[in-house]
Design a protein around this ligand. Sequence first.
Ligand code: F6R
Length: 611
Amino acid sequence: MCGIVGYTGTTKAARILLDGLERLEYRGYDSAGICVSDGNREHPLQAWKVKGRLQALRDATGNGEQVPGFSGIGHTRWATHGEPNTENAHPHLSGGGKVAVVHNGIIENYQELRQKLEGKGYVFQSETDTETIAHLLNEYDKGDPIDAIVRTVMHLRGSFALGILFEDRPGEVYGVRRDSPLIAAVSDEGAFIASDVPAILPYTRKVTYLDNMEIVCLHKDGLTFYNMDGEPIEKEFTTVSWDVEAAEKGGYAHFMLKEIHEQPKALEDTIRPHIQDGKLVLSELGMTDDEIRGIRRIQMAACGSAWHVCMTAKYIFERLARIPVDVDLASEFRYRDPVLEEGTLLMVVSQSGETADSLAALRYGKAQGMLSLAIVNVVGSSIAREADRVFYTAAGPEIAVATTKAYSAQLAACYMLAMHFGLVRKVMAEEDYLRHITALSRLPEQIEQILQQEARMQWLAGKYANTRDAFFIGRGLDYASVLEGALKLKEISYIHAEAYAAGELKHGTISLIEKGSMVMSVATQHDLLEKEISNMVEVHARGATLLAVTYDGNYAMEDQADFTIYIPKTEDVFYPSLVVVPLQLLAYYVSLARGIDVDKPRNLAKSVTVE
Ligand code: F6R
């Protein structure tokens, strides 16, 4: 989603803004702009905006060199209101350059505000909701910027993170947020605001996360924070644990490929700190054994791949901890008026910790009195801060739009929680528990082995890159895994791909299977193997090209499949962690073969901060 960078300091702002925006490119965008304040000009605030990639903005500004001034705001826009074009690109100015604004989020009452502002004579240049904010700020600016910001945000419904410049406050940049992320940081070079940490990493690792309805002013002496009463407040700073290299490609062609290869480390870092003397230690979670024994049901909610983690986790928790689990898409959960019994634990899974629907699901569940537990990757994110209990995955920064290592780390977190719950509730025998811990600890090295098949996956991808329709089938836990396999393929290759529980095919979908259809069958669950093979026979007989993923030594698959990918053997419950790796590689190389920008597929954004 949109990216915001703001800076004031001793270095020329334009270059810092452009570099910062580049580090936020992964969030997805379709236009970009900067506005820099230069007190030496007759009109200090000047904006440069382009449709398309950031490179066009670099070209238009001589890589920032043609833009004088030491404070400014920059933005990459992911279009919501109005098509992606220069007029709709941010920053938006009001009063002929009295105020400039960049915005992430959606203003729900912008039509109403627009009408009122037009009534007062304001002329709109764009179709965006953001322009109303610029005009409101102009309207309320009577010389006190904090007062103008407070009055303005009081009129806004919806979500926003804002970066603001005032013509008559050269050297100052303002930020404020509600339900869209904004961080602030300071270094020897100056002070910053940004949507996410990578933007400021080359300058500092010390950051603070603005809370809802907090205002920050960047100025020559650093940062000052204010509440909505306009009173200065103190904020705590945290040190980000990863460095600038972690957010760079490190020799890989794409972030996605790098992140696929980082999975052994992501799992190791997520699992290892929780294993002591061969047992799981989850004391950091802060859940007492009584709390765990008191859980009668788990309600999970998430979006996209994180929802697939929940679909997998349903099998895992039910099998290992014998707790019934319901899984909802976060965007549906609160609208279906769910029946939430006492003793229900709400689990929200999110890499970014900022996904608007997941955050709303968390708030809804908490408001119904549920105890909440979040599995989150980004430390200090909104979901992490608002959940009662947090399990942090240690995947490090995930930049590629399509998730890989965060997905795997989320799965690892679910395994650990389910095993721990199973042991505490005495439904998992000690010897099974220990055997499962051994299997869990081996996953990083087993993923490493699968990654050695990369060249084979590339060859396979080249062969099927022109496929029109792909179907992913599996049963039980394999069904949960194919949901992710199909999403990976479709989102970055634009090939139509669907996932089906293999047993469901004949209830309609099989009519779509014809010569040339690609069917990927995942078959790892021992008790379901024969049935899965029967389903493979059915599609093969109808002319589909059949690919399969199964465990080492299960050569019976080759009787049906045109191509079989083998993964190392493990306990049945852990196969989802291994299966996903060849499916990610397949998607990556198909996308590459089709000439698509793998890290930035069309229309997609990394952190979906609007509903
Ligand atoms: C797909 C993908 C998305 C995210 C979803 C949730 O590859 O990355 O489907 O999984 O947008 O994002 P988070 O986990 O940040 O809440």
